[in-house]
Write a protein that binds this ligand. Structure first.
Ligand code: NI
Length: 406
């Protein structure tokens, strides 16, 4: 189906960046991706659609990465200049869509409820813009699988595809902000997302003879209560953190004291120091409270993504790119810190970069929570994200090239 010009709109600020035909094809690409969402590590049709779109836009240097991902190389004007990367994630979520959009998901129980259809499309669009107006050095555009399960970025890094990259930029659509508003600031943008499991071992007994037991349920209750003081009494209140116990399981019958109980939960923090402190204190507290109740407890930790903390320099490159493309009024503050996670943080462990929030609410539209069945990103965000990311790549590339020793 070919869209008529009246069926979509490019935001006025970035209209000059896109021909009408390119804009139409990008909107068609976004809707195609939205209609055919795929879960993390299953993005085969998505990767094929994106590869075909890149080819149709004249981008020929495209390789598979991390299984279902792609990396496209857009040549710069000086092939020996430092390389910059842009990243768009491409996976969807196990949610049944209820948006009622004309391009609603055709895959039962799967939908783009986090806007990665737009991220993948703006990555293609940014590649197109960089082909038309190249950066100083080459730009790698990464189409990353499996962001939602938190390990796609790690797989891209481990593939070595970004080994020589000097800076990386990415962004996320956000319906708290209108199309045309962008958050590009230094500091914490997303939280770390570690999980913990605690197995408490006591001694079972008849429910009528508790003195013969070492009751793991009472110990579990005490541990859950004690953990509430990690954030309120251990963490510097200037730095947000979360410790949530999400599951608690024990027992089989009302008159039996079981011999074990299990807890699991998540730890969120926005600085490396807070992440380290909460993790260390959680392990200590579980062990000490268990001791007080005469049971043993083993805590296992599983590392998720680190926090995203945008460094000053990269944030200022991004902010300048935003104002060049959209004007001074486009830059808005993040406001409330986001305690969600984002695996872009994994790139930033080894590559300096900046992660942005790109407004995705149509004027007069509602705030709709990401990861909910009614979520979608306004189409205009596609063009804003593309133009801003392409400009970030050009600016960073020019700056890094100028810094090279003569
Ligand atoms: Ni997302």
């Amino acid at each position: 189906m070919t869209l008529a010009a009246a069926d979509f709109a490019v935001p006025p600020d970035v209209q000059s960046h896109f021909s009408l035909d390119d804009a139409r094809r990008l909107v068609e690409l976004r809707r195609e991706l939205h209609r055919h969402p795929e879960l993390s590590w299953q993005e085969t049709e998505t990767a094929a659609t994106l590869a075909a779109a890149l080819t149709s836009f004249g981008i020929t240097d495209v390789a598979r990465v991390a299984g279902t991902g792609l990396v496209a190389r857009i040549p710069g004007r000086d092939r020996s200049a430092p390389v910059v990367a842009l990243r768009g994630d491409i996976d969807a979520l196990p949610i049944a869509e209820s948006t009622g959009l004309p391009f609603t998901s055709e895959h039962a129980g799967v939908m783009h409820a986090c806007g990665h259809d737009v991220h993948a499309s703006w990555a293609v669009a940014a590649a197109r813009l960089l082909l038309a107006k190249p950066a100083t050095g080459d730009v790698l555009v990464v189409f990353q699988p499996a962001e939602e399960v938190g390990d796609g970025a790690r797989a891209v890094i481990e593939s070595g595809a970004l080994a020589n990259v000097a800076a990386i930029f990415g962004g996320h659509v956000d319906r708290r902000f209108e199309v045309g508003q962008v958050v590009a600031q230094a500091g914490a943008l997303a939280a770390s997302t570690d999980t913990f499991e605690v197995e408490i071992l006591g001694a079972g007994a008849h429910g009528a003879r508790p003195h013969e037991s070492a009751d793991p349920i009472v110990a579990a209750a005490a541990i859950v209560t004690a953990l509430q003081t990690l954030v309120s009494r251990r963490l510097d209140p200037a730095h947000p953190g979360v410790v949530t116990v999400g599951t608690i399981n024990a027992g089989t019958a009302s008159n039996i004291i079981p011999d074990r109980a299990r807890l699991s939960g998540t730890i969120r923090a926005t600085t490396v120091a807070a992440r380290t402190l909460l993790t260390r204190e959680l392990v200590r507290m579980v062990s000490d409270v268990a001791k007080a109740y005469g049971v043993t407890a083993a805590t296992s930790l599983s590392s998720g993504t680190p926090p995203i903390v945008n460094p000053e320099r990269m944030a200022s490159i991004a902010a300048n790119a935003v104002t060049r493309v959209l004007g001074d009024a486009a830059l808005v503050p993040l406001g409330t810190t986001n305690m969600g996670g984002e695996d872009f943080a994994v790139y930033m462990e080894s590559i300096p970069g900046c992660f942005m929030r790109i407004g995705a609410r149509e004027p007069g539209g509602r705030v709709i929570a990401a990861h909910s069945p009614g979520y979608y990103a306004a189409e205009g965000a596609l063009f804003i994200g593309a133009a801003v990311l392409a400009e970030c790549a050009r600016s960073a590339s020019a700056m890094l090239a100028a810094e090279r020793s003569p």
